[in-house]
Write a protein that binds this ligand. Sequence first.
Ligand SMILES: [Zn+2]
Length: 281
Amino acid sequence: MEFLIFSLGCLLVALYFFLKPRFVQHRRRRIMQQPFPREWVEILEKHFPLYKGLPAPLQKELREKILVFLAEKNFVGRQGQEVTNEVRVLVAAQACLLLLNRKTNYFPKLSTIYIYPTAYFAKRVSYSGALVSETTQTNLGESWNSGELVLAWDAAVHGAKNTYDGRNVVFHEFAHQLDQEDGAADGAPILAEFSAYASWAQVLGKEYERLIRKKKKHRKTVINKYGATNPAEFFAVASETFFEKPRQLEKRHPELYEELKSYYVTDPITWYDRLHKKAVN
Ligand SMILES: [Zn+2]
């Protein structure tokens, strides 16, 4: 009898894990079919120029992904920050840009996004042997693998509007989420093919060391020198550069550009080409 109950329990657990992804997929497909409010399109067109650079099928995919993202994630305003549609749509749009063209589970560990009006103070506790020290630092964003992500709204909106400076706090923090998906913030997100890890480690490792050397020599770099902090920051900063300075990155760091292009399954150079043509016309 006990064995029967145990077997039944195992069967139910197996059934749950078998059916859950199907339920989730079904729910997401339904959400994607919901109308995307006109007001939200206006927010994208007004504040997120890269949206106009996307070809029509990718614009559609982005709108669908924004709907799913907003249905699944909570937004909480801090220090008086109001969570308006503009806040929700612009954060979701930048986050979901990292998910285009590929199978995704929508930052599965993330549940809540905290929005501060501007740079905020965060306490850091560090341990060195028996010594515990606490420091306070000013932050524009943070990504945790415990389900939270923090953003300063003025930096997030600046990042959306200014697509040429290589800085985007939303791309940065959500790249950390992608990196943290496998449990370790080590600069290696989950790659589509197992065979891709070797060249990822080789190219990103080499480029990370190169950035450290250039930083030490105070040389000019396309990739922000903050990327020399550790491999996780390197991946986050390289992702910002990939989406905001794709042409420069491709020219100076072609191997890195290729790795990011195959990971993100997209080529942002073509988006900027489209944006420029629109500007000329
Ligand atoms: Zn970071």
